[in-house]
Ligand binder design. Structure first.
Ligand code: ATP
Length: 293
């Protein structure tokens, strides 16, 4: 029997721009992705067997533990592609908020690809894993790569960027549920759309200029979520009042994250946010830059 434990890190989008709707219904995007030190923990055990079987257990009852789970899908896809056999069991400790715009499922999926490669001693490159990963979700290739990255195409064309300035990050997720499909279907791109200046953000990241980074961040899909879920704007405002250098929605929401210059202000802001009752989940975390070993 072999055992392996891996952490799967959450992400936020320092910028999210949508360029166009494609013929196939997907959207071409341009995003800056960044990991946070908030993570799920996955423990894998493999026992010999004639066929491939998969079981999954999670400490949170609302996470599906069957073939709908992206961990299950990643193991099944690895099994099919590389003709693997054995009984794989995964214990998932879920800390990343679910349906939050923080790629919780995608990062678990990426961790499963890496763990399977290691457990079975497969000679497969990260690039190959990313090609498989995009079949399961547009954010999966980034989660396989990690760190600070520019993502284009549907999110699968990745370029690594220099690491983002490390700072405290406050996460606040309101109790509303936001469907990614609803957000993209209702996104209107016209001459009035305020697009973030991603080139300027990249140069600010390269210069490690924190105020400039904060000034250039932006998320185009807030134009859909904020009018429909005003609590997102209220959380942003509250975080800014509490001293955030910048506060913005991650992905298609509804989680808001705030970047802070110092830990003390961030801790006070966490208490303010908890007391406000605007968010159901509030966590203080930080930028995480370690790429995969
Ligand atoms: P993204 O930022 O990539 O849009 P998200 O934060 O919006 O992700 P997830 O937390 O990944 O969304 O979960 C979306 C749905 O996926 C959940 O409702 C859940 O049923 C399903 N799911 C599948 N695998 C997982 C997993 N490993 N962890 C959490 N949810 C999962």
């Amino acid at each position: 029997m072999k055992t392996l434990t891996r952490n799967a890190y959450a992400k936020v989008n320092l910028a999210l721009d949508v360029l166009r709707r494609r013929e196939d219904g997907y959207h071409d995007v341009c995003m800056i992705m960044q990991n946070l030190s908030l993570y799920d923990t996955l423990t894998f055990t493999v026992e010999e067997a004639d066929t491939l079987t998969i079981t999954l257990a999670c400490d949170k009852a609302f996470v599906p533990c069957d073939a709908r789970n992206l961990i299950y899908k990643a193991i099944a896809l690895m099994g099919e592609t590389y003709h693997l056999t054995g009984h794989v069991h995964v214990e998932l400790v879920k800390r990343i908020p679910v349906e939050a715009g923080m790629a919780g499922g995608s990062t678990d999926c990426a961790a499963a690809f890496h763990a399977m490669r290691e457990l079975y001693g497969l000679d497969v490159s990260d690039q190959e894993l990313m090609k498989l990963g995009v079949k399961l979700g547009a954010d999966v290739p980034y989660c396989i790569m990690r760190g600070t990255a520019l993502a284009q195409g549907i999110g699968e064309k990745l370029s690594q960027l220099p690491p983002m300035v490390k700072c405290p990050v406050l996460i606040a997720k309101p109790s509303v549920s936001v469907s990614t499909k609803f957000v993209y279907q209702n996104l209107k791109l016209d001459e009035n759309t305020k697009h973030p200046d991603i080139d300027a953000l990249i140069s600010a990241i390269k210069k490690k200029d924190f105020p400039e980074i904060c000034g250039k961040m932006g998320n185009v899909v807030e134009s859909v979520t904020i009018p429909n879920y005003p609590v997102i704007a209220e959380i942003k405002e509250k975080m800014m009042e509490a001293g955030a250098a910048h506060a913005m929605m991650s992905g298609s929401g509804p989680t808001v994250f705030g970047l802070f210059e110092d830990e003390e202000t961030a801790q006070r802001a966490r208490d303010v946010m908890k007391a406000s009752g605007l968010a159901r989940q509030v966590y203080l975390t930080s930028i995480y830059n370690n790429r995969r070993k």
